[in-house]
Structures are given as structure tokens and as C-alpha cells.
Design a protein around this ligand. Structure first.
Ligand code: ME8
Length: 536
């Protein structure tokens, strides 16, 4: 921990352990990882949290169906997530599981705080429950959704269960106006704008008190002051964001950590869980007397229906299959090819506008891969390093480092452009900004024709041109490092530079920092060109 740097705390949802991680959960996790990496490179003291939601009826039911205890079920599935995150180069600083002791303590403390504030009351819950969504539905909601007779879940369409039990209720209805006031005062809290409008109209429609404990079932955190009650899984889950930064821990260091880290800067979520994060969560925090996070960014869904991807390979295509395909197969030790992982990350971040739904397909993935990575960025690296070898025995040439060339001019505006896009969580915008320099550098090679300068014996001009190209390669790898960490680190290694993922982005963004005399290496192509037959 470095207390001199400002804290930047960001989270993904904690995923249910009811199955294996998939393209959707990987998408949110990669997106959060990219911002975490970028903020670290900007000098923030980042805490990036992900983890698992292990309580609730759904998990208990899955475990029972598999004939094991809920805890055994969670222990069996948890490594599937941690292994995949490691394989996808996810740089999380913590991995929380809601069955951990630290979390039980935090949940209990939180319920006590709500109780002390007078925000809980006992009542009988009589209504409908969807186990898959872990969500309660009133008769009125079912009526509005056209499911008053068939009693199917308005969100997932599965049959609902009727529930009648004594519960604790959270007085959510008291938070209608405080929430509306909060949204008005914090216009950036819910992003993108469409989601903000959706939440506003929902809250304006009126809020009802919410059942927040279960007595018919025991796979949850016991509520200390209510015998026989366990926490409602969504309350339990949301509180994870507090647990991970020390809430409920009596240790004084934990209290200092909490004061420094909370409120979080951004919660990454999918649009399916926006009400929990933008309505219930801020109301819970207000009830417990805690500040509300700065921002919730709800991205869209990845859709494959009707696309070749689902027809030929099935929707079940896993993140690891795709990384292996893009990277030309698994490595001999069975691990994923780093360039394949980077290409996978790049495709989802560059080609799907973050916030909107995205149609994804293998065809499109192949197209983006070949156009942007193999033919543009990878090809630039190969050409520049090969020419450096040919004309300067691989050494970065000595030259007057002017900024009077077109590449330096593009590079000069890049830090601001990329940072603004990243702060707006506009990954496709950030990728496009970096690709501008890639395209310009490829064009510069054609225009300046280093081979002609070499032939004409114009050593001074050749040195200038090659230096501008090498410097562009250094900067492109720098800006891509948060998105494609392995290949960027590879490129900096070939330029005889240190680990780019630990670089100070702002300081390194200046033009002309590549030291003359560095011994470069050509290496293998960064991204092998793929044929349709390799993938489809
Ligand atoms: O909701 N496209 O967990 P969950 C994009 N445990 N993202 C998708 C997706 C898709 N097709 N499918 C899933 C839960 N996701 C709760 C969260 S947090 C306090 C508790 C991603 O396993 C997306 O981020 O159902 C979505 O919000 C999340 O997975 C839901 O994960």
C-alpha cells in the first residue's frame, strides 16, 4: 500500500457460483481490469476487486442437485474463476468469496447499523420469488409484466415460487426522495445516460419496502439480532464491496484502509443488475450512514443469437477456446498463448461500444484481428524492427529528436485523448485513438520509404525517419499496455526497455524518450495472420 498516491477502488460484480465463468462474466472482468491497469499506470493506488457470490437459494439448490454441501460446491467451482482470470491476465488485487469470515463479520455489522438506524422492521412476506434471479416480485409487478396468471419470472421467464415467511424488511420506501436528490446532485453516478433515465423513472414510480432476510432456508449469513434469519443474498452480495476494504473489521489499520478507500470510484456491472446497484445499494449505504460510490457503469449484453458463432460453434464457446483460436493454439504446456489472450481482450473492448449491447461473431472477431492487430499493429512492429536491424544493426539510431514530424504531432495529443476516453470508460474510443498512430506510422513508412533513403545514402534522414518510427512503436505499446498487457510488454522488451505495465504513463508519453543505442530485437510476428479456415 502506498499512502502517497490517491486511491482508486474499482469492482466487478461478484459472480454466482452456479456455473463456470463465460464470455459475459469475462467481458465485465476484462473491462474492469483494463481501467485498473490504466489507473495504476497513471499513478493511482488501485484496488481492483472481483470475487464470488456464494450464498443464496440458487447455490444451495445447485449443490443439493450435485449431492454435495453448498460449501463443497463453492470450493469446487471457485478455482474455475480464479484460473480463468489468471489466464486472461486479470490483475485483481483481491478476490472475495462471500463465505469468508471477514465477510460474515461485515454483513452482520451492516445489518446492525441498519437496525440501529431504525431502517428494519419485521413483517410477514407473502409473495413470489425467483430463485434464478434471487429476486422478489409483488403481485402488482407480475400484473404489470403480464405474468399475473402464469406466475413466470418477468426477467428470466422461469416459474416463480410462492413464499410466505417472517422476514425483516428494509424501509426502502423512505429513500425515494433521498435517492432522487442524490441522482440530481451526482449526475455522473449512473452511466451511461440511458441507464440513468431508466433508474430515474423506476424510482419516480415509487419504492416499496424490501424483504431482506429469509427464515425458510439457512444458506446465508445469520443475522445476529434475529434468531433464525439469514441475510437476503443480494444484501449479502452488495456488502462485499465494503468488506474488501475493511468494513466491520475491528482492527485499526482496517479502519484506516476503509477511510482511505471508501467510497469506491466505480462499480462495473451489466445492465441486468442496475437496480440493485443504483437504487437498493445507495439506499442501503444511506441507511448505514456511509457514503455512496462515485459511479456505477452498466454495460450492455453480448449477443450471439442468429450469428454464425452460435450456429457453427455454439453459444457455449468459452473464453479459453477463443483465446486459443486467436493465438494459433495452446502452448505446449497447455497454457493460453499470450497474443491470443491480448487479441481476445482487444476484440471485446474495441469492437463493442462499452455501454451498448454488442453483436459478437467469429467472423467479425477474425476481421478485427487481421485488420487491426495482424496487418496494422503487428505488421508495423515487424517492419520497423526489421529495418532497424537492416540499416542500424538493430541499434536505435542517434538523431536530433525533433517534433517536426507528423507522427510526433499525433503522439503529442494522444495522452489526453486516451485518458479522456478511459475516464469515460469508452474503450473503443481509446483503441481508435491509438490505432490512429498505428495507421499514421504505417503510412509514414510508405511516404518516407526508408529503403529509398538507404539506397540514396541519406543516413541523417534515414536515422530521423527510423527514430520516429521506433518512438511511435514505443508509444503505441505504452498506450495499449492496459488493453493488451502481454504483447505491449513484449514490444518494450524488443526495444530494450523495462516492463511497460509498470511504466508511469504520463512521464513516458513524452516524445523522444527512446534512448539512442538501445539494442532492439526483431522477434516473431506479434500476431500471426489468421485465415478463415483457421477459425471458422
Ligand atoms: O448477478 N453479456 O451474478 P451473475 C455481458 N451475483 N455481460 C454479462 C452477460 C452477457 N451476456 N452475462 C453475464 C449476479 N454478464 C450477482 C451479482 S454483485 C454484488 C452480485 C455479466 O453471475 C454482467 O456483468 O449472474 C452481469 O451483470 C453479471 O455477469 C451477472 O453475473
Amino acid at each position: 500500500m502506498n499512502n502517497n498516491k490517491p486511491s482508486y477502488y474499482l469492482t466487478t460484480p461478484i459472480y454466482y457460483v452456479n456455473g463456470e465463468p463465460h464470455l459475459g462474466t469475462a467481458y465485465t472482468t476484462i473491462a474492469a481490469d483494463t481501467l485498473a491497469r490504466f489507473k495504476r499506470m497513471q499513478g493511482f493506488d488501485v484496488k481492483f476487486l472481483t470475487g464470488l457470490d456464494e450464498h443464496g437459494q440458487k447455490v444451495a439448490d445447485n449443490a443439493a442437485a450435485a449431492g454435495v454441501s453448498p460449501k463443497e460446491w463453492c470450493d469446487r467451482l471457485a478455482p474455475k474463476f480464479t484460473d480463468l482470470w489468471q489466464a486472461l491476465n486479470i490483475s485483481n488485487d483481491d478476490f472475495i468469496r462471500t463465505t469468508e469470515e471477514r465477510h460474515t463479520r461485515a454483513v452482520q455489522r451492516f445489518y446492525e447499523a441498519m437496525q440501529e438506524g431504525g431502517y428494519l422492521r419485521k413483517d410477514t412476506y407473502k409473495g413470489w420469488y425467483c430463485v434464478h434471479e434471487e429476486t422478489f416480485y409483488t403481485d402488482e409487478e407480475l400484473h404489470q409484466a403480464g405474468h399475473a396468471d402464469d406466475h413466470l419470472c418477468p426477467d428470466c421467464g422461469r416459474p416463480l415460487e410462492f413464499d410466505e415467511e417472517e422476514n425483516l424488511f428494509f424501509k426502502l420506501s423512505e429513500f425515494e426522495q433521498p435517492l432522487l436528490d442524490f441522482y440530481a446532485a451526482h449526475s455522473d453516478f449512473i452511466q451511461p445516460e440511458t441507464r440513468r433515465n431508466e433508474v430515474l423513472s423506476f424510482v419516480k414510480g415509487g419504492l416499496k419496502d424490501l424483504s431482506v432476510s429469509r427464515t425458510s432456508f439457512d444458506w446465508g449469513v445469520p443475522i445476529p439480532f434475529a434468531e433464525g434469519h439469514v441475510s437476503y443474498v443480494w444484501f449479502d452480495a452488495l456488502i462485499n464491496y465494503l468488506t474488501a476494504v475493511g468494513y466491520g473489521d475491528p482492527d485499526s489499520q482496517a479502519a484506516a484502509e476503509f477511510a482511505r478507500r471508501w467510497p469506491a470510484q466505480v462499480h462495473f456491472v451489466g445492465k441486468d443488475i442496475i437496480r440493485f446497484h443504483c437504487v437498493i445499494w445507495p439506499a442501503m449505504l444511506m441507511a448505514a450512514g456511509l457514503p455512496v460510490p462515485e459511479r456505477v457503469f452498466a454495460h450492455g449484453f453480448l449477443l450471439t443469437k442468429g450469428e454464425k458463432m452460435s450456429k457453427s460453434r455454439g453459444n457455449a464457446m468459452s473464453p479459453t477456446d477463443l483465446c486459443a483460436l486467436l493465438g494459433g493454439g495452446l502452448l505446449p504446456d497447455g497454457s493460453l498463448p499470450p497474443a491470443g489472450v491480448d487479441a481476445y481482450r482487444y476484440y471485446f473492448l474495441s469492437d463493442v461500444q462499452f455501454g451498448a449491447d454488442g453483436q459478437i461473431s467469429l467472423e467479425r472477431m477474425l476481421q478485427v484481428y487481421n485488420a487491426d492487430l495482424a496487418n496494422s499493429w503487428g505488421n508495423l512492429v515487424s517492419r520497423v524492427l526489421s529495418m532497424t536491424k537492416k540499416y542500424f544493426e538493430g541499434k536505435v539510431p542517434e538523431t536530433a529528436v525533433g517534433i517536426d514530424n507528423s507522427l510526433a504531432q499525433i503522439a503529442a495529443g494522444l495522452y489526453d485523448k486516451v485518458s479522456q476516453a478511459m475516464d469515460a470508460i469508452d474503450y473503443s474510443g481509446a483503441c481508435a485513438a491509438v490505432m490512429e498512430l498505428v495507421d499514421a506510422a504505417n503510412g509514414y513508412i510508405e511516404n518516407e520509404a526508408p529503403w529509398a533513403l538507404a539506397k540514396a545514402g541519406d543516413a541523417a534522414k534515414l536515422a530521423q525517419v527510423m527514430y520516429a518510427l521506433l518512438e511511435s512503436v514505443r508509444l503505441i505499446a505504452l498506450y495499449f499496455a492496459a488493453i493488451m498487457p502481454s504483447t505491449s510488454a513484449d514490444v518494450w522488451g524488443r526495444l530494450d526497455l523495462s516492463d511497460v505495465t509498470k511504466a508511469d504513463l504520463k512521464a513516458e508519453s513524452a516524445w523522444g524518450l527512446l534512448p539512442a543505442g538501445n539494442q532492439t530485437k526483431v522477434g516473431q510476428p506479434l500476431f500471426q495472420r489468421l485465415k478463415e479456415s483457421d477459425v471458422l
